[in-house]
Design a protein around this ligand. Structure first.
Ligand code: AMP
Length: 360
């Protein structure tokens, strides 16, 4: 059984479950994860065995449900029919349900048995409260973001975020890039980056991205200093260095976090923004000496909204969400997305199959 390191997604499903139990629905909860501890005391809950989510025993347990009772089918992803959206598996999951309630936004970018097949097999399919919340917060950032709109991207690899960056360029006024991915952009501009994460095969793409941002009138803001160390296992910050063509990171050292001047630079760039989207950590945030930049950014965004509550601040992606939660700043954001890949795809303007199936 996987352990639950961050219960955000599970807690997000509770309002819909409460609504359905109060409405005396007979509920089958289909989950990728273990929910027992969270549901204890909520309602009469029974669990079908992981390997038997579409077995005769599971079907019997569902037929015996009383009003307001819940049967949990766990770990559907272990079933071979799940990822290939096998029709017989999907139909067995639906089990003649009157209503499919799609609330797993974080899985909605996958056309699986539990996200799409069962929805199509049920009589009606609607969005749950968490799903509704996600769409209400994220879709305006695609369709008509409040302006000025700033996106802040971080994380290890520029390759995984390139499609998002490209999709954001026509919509944002300012694009701030931090984290490991910034080093590919800095290296493309001739800044020495030592042994920092650089995707060499993307240097040309990175250079054209810088040009495209300028052509689109987007202000691209990169870190101007870095906390460096010899390796990712370093126990302390070795030094803080300027990032500029004449300066930069010496050979043998890695940039593992943004420095204090970068945070000031980002704060200045964020001033006046009416909407801010943040995805991805500013450094190796799992290691305490290199968590300062990510934590500082979380506080910066919390302050931005406390100074002006009309500012929309949206954070998505497991790492940045965890960093916000760690500092108890979740409620200081307009929206904390439960999705990782789903959030990124939606923000790229891609229609999510697990959402499309609900609009019937
Ligand atoms: P991603 O999955 O691409 O969003 O990347 C998240 C990971 O990037 C986290 O595990 C971070 O620790 C890591 N990361 C962020 N910045 C750096 C950096 N400067 N050097 C190495 N790893 C980083």
């Amino acid at each position: 059984m996987p352990t639950i390191s961050d219960p955000t997604r599970l807690l997000a499903a509770l309002p819909t479950l409460r609504l359905l139990t109060e409405a005396q629905a007979r509920i089958t909860l289909v989950s990728h994860l273990e929910l027992a501890s969270l549901l204890a005391g909520e309602a009469k809950v029974s669990f079908a065995n992981a390997s038997s989510c579409v077995s005769a025993e599971a079907a019997t347990a569902r037929d015996r449900l009383g009003p307001g009772e819940i049967v949990v089918l766990e770990n559907t992803r272990l079933h071979p029919g799940e990822t290939v959206n096998e029709p017989a598996f999907a139909a067995a999951l639906a089990h003649g349900a009157d209503l499919y309630v799609g609330d797993a936004f974080g899985a909605a970018h996958r056309a699986h048995g539990s996200t799409v097949g069962a929805a199509a097999a049920a009589r009606h399919a609607v969005a749950g409260l968490c799903m509704e919340d996600e769409l209400a917060a994220l879709l305006p950032l695609v369709d008509k973001p409040p302006k000025p709109f700033t996106a802040i991207l971080g994380g290890a690899k520029v390759s995984s975020k390139l499609p998002l960056i490209r999709a954001l360029l026509p919509r944002v006024d300012t694009l701030i890039v931090g984290g490991g991915m910034a080093y590919t952009l800095l290296a493309a501009q001739g800044v020495p980056v030592g042994n920092s994460l650089v995707e060499r095969e993307l240097l040309a793409d990175a250079a054209s991205l810088v040009d495209d941002a300028a052509a689109a009138g987007v202000s691209l803001v990169l870190p101007c200093d870095a906390a460096i160390a010899e390796s990712i296992s370093a126990a302390t910050v070795g030094d803080v260095v300027d990032l500029a063509p004449g300066a930069g990171i010496p050979d043998g050292a890695m940039g593992l976090d943004i420095g204090p001047a970068s945070l000031d630079l980002f704060a200045a760039a964020l001033k006046g923004s009416q909407a801010v989207l943040w995805n991805g950590p500013m450094g190796l945030f799992e290691s305490p000496p290199f968590a300062t930049g990510t934590a500082g950014l979380a506080r910066l965004l919390a302050d931005l909204r406390s100074d002006d509550p009309s500012v929309v601040t949206v954070v998505g992606g497991g790492d940045s969400v965890a960093a916000v939660a760690e500092q108890n700043l979740t409620s200081a954001f307009s929206h904390v997305s439960t999705g990782g890949g789903a959030t990124l795809e939606l923000l790229q303007g891609i229609e999510l199959p697990g959402v499309a199936v609900l609009s019937k």
